[in-house]
Design a protein. Structure first.
Length: 114
C-alpha cells in the first residue's frame, strides 16, 4: 500500500476510534449492535436522558457511524457501515453481551485473567 493511502486510512481509523472512545457513545453503539433503536428506546435501555442520547446520536451521525430511518414521527438509528458493525460486534461480545437472566457473559479468556 502506498504511504499516502496508508496515512489516509490510518487517519480514518483514528477518527473512528476517537468517536467510539466515549462511554455514552459506546453504550448507544452497543445497543445498536443488536438492532436499530429510537431515541426513546436508547434512553430507556441505557438510562441516559433523551437530550443526552439525541446529542450523542447527532455526533455519531455527523461522523457517519449511524444512519436513520423514519417511520411516521419516530426516527430509528442503526450502525451505518459494515466496519462499524464488525467493530461493535467484537466490543459487544466482550463487553455488552448478557445471558437470558440479564447477567454479563464473561469470555473464557477474560475469566482467566480475573
Amino acid at each position: 500500500m502506498k504511504p499516502d493511502l496508508l496515512e489516509a486510512k490510518a487517519e480514518m481509523a483514528a477518527q473512528f476510534l476517537k468517536m467510539i472512545a466515549s462511554a455514552p457513545r459506546l453504550l448507544l453503539l452497543c445497543q445498536m449492535a443488536e438492532k436499530e433503536c429510537s431515541v426513546g428506546e436508547l434512553a430507556e435501555r441505557t438510562g441516559m436522558r433523551m437530550p443526552t442520547v439525541s446529542q450523542q446520536l447527532s455526533l455519531l451521525r455527523a461522523q457517519g457511524l449511524v444512519v436513520t430511518r423514519r417511520d411516521g414521527t419516530t426516527i430509528y438509528y442503526r450502525l451505518a457501515s459494515e466496519a462499524a458493525r464488525e467493530v461493535m460486534g467484537v466490543l459487544f461480545k466482550h463487553f455488552c453481551a448478557v445471558d437470558a437472566k440479564g447477567l454479563p457473559i464473561v469470555a473464557v479468556d477474560e475469566a482467566e485473567t480475573v
